[in-house]
Design a protein around this ligand. Structure first.
Ligand code: APR
Length: 237
């Protein structure tokens, strides 16, 4: 690993880690756009949008059960564990994630906002959101109260984002004095707008990603390393 100058997080009061699929890549959870990415194998219009769900709910739920099963076979990496230790050691470290896999929570990391929801929750249009964790298969495919098909509580393409979740995340980003992007291509809006917001607010900008991407020019520090090694090396306890 190339040498990098460690950053003492104690110098900052409000740190936001803005994370994407690359944070889970080394756990074995495929990213979306990189090599072997999910959207290279599946057309989201068949599996991950409201139209597909209304057309064939069982097919959409089958796809998400496949993803849940594969995520359960994965485990958090050293970067996740180090992050949990950092949060335990000092206040003011917030995680805003685009990921739906729950990998942070499995490592004991406190997550301030799941911008795109979670594959471990389901939603009834009538009776709201409920947790459905621990197994590949959904506990219920239809609402026990009204028998309507349950959809994963995930923000799919063409969905509106959860306004309250985004407002909370935006508030954290606006007030951040250190903004660390980990494992995201910065390609999907409105989440992708957080980096510009942080830069405008004067935060120190750090990117952890082995590859350049369309948002990289926003970051004064670009760590071209994988998350599992970069997080412990960059932010010593
Ligand atoms: N460590 C850090 N970054 C990595 C690693 C790694 N080990 N491996 C890959 N990456 C980087 C890739 O270089 C890429 O820039 O992770 C990024 C993953 O980008 P995407 O696959 O586009 O995932 P993400 O940015 O999270 O996508 C955003 O798009 O499909 C929607 O809702 C979905 O939340 C997702 C959103």
């Amino acid at each position: 690993m190339r040498l990098m100058t460690p950053i003492d997080l104690r110098q900052f009061e409000r740190v936001v880690l803005f994370t994407g699929a690359g944070m889970s890549a080394e756990c074995g959870v495929p990213t979306y756009r990189g090599r072997g990415g999910i959207w290279h194998q599946y057309n989201y219009e068949d599996y991950a949008c409201q139209r597909a769900f209304e057309r064939d709910p069982a097919k959409v739920l089958d796809f998400h059960e496949l993803r849940r099963t594969s995520v359960l076979a994965c485990a958090p990496h050293a970067g996740h564990v180090h992050l949990a230790n950092l949060q335990a050691a000092m206040p003011g470290i917030e995680v805003v994630t685009q990921n739906i896999d729950g990998m942070f929570q499995r490592a004991g990391v406190r997550v301030a906002a799941e911008l795109h929801g979670s594959m471990w929750r389901v939603r009834c249009a009538e009776h709201g959101i409920s947790a459905d964790e621990g197994h590949g298969a959904f506990r219920h495919r239809q609402c026990p109260q009204c028998n309507a098909w349950l959809r994963p509580d995930i923000t799919w393409f063409e969905d509106n984002v959860d306004a309250a979740v985004f407002a909370h995340a935006a508030d954290l980003v606006k007030r951040a004095d250190l903004f660390v992007s980990v494992g995201t291509s910065g390609a999907v809006w409105p989440a992708a707008g957080f980096a510009q917001q942080a830069q405008r607010s004067g935060a120190r900008m750090v990117e952890i990603n082995p590859e350049d991407n369309e948002a990289s020019s926003l970051y004064e520090t670009r760590v071209r390393e994988a998350a599992s090694a970069a997080i412990p090396a960059l932010f010593p306890l």
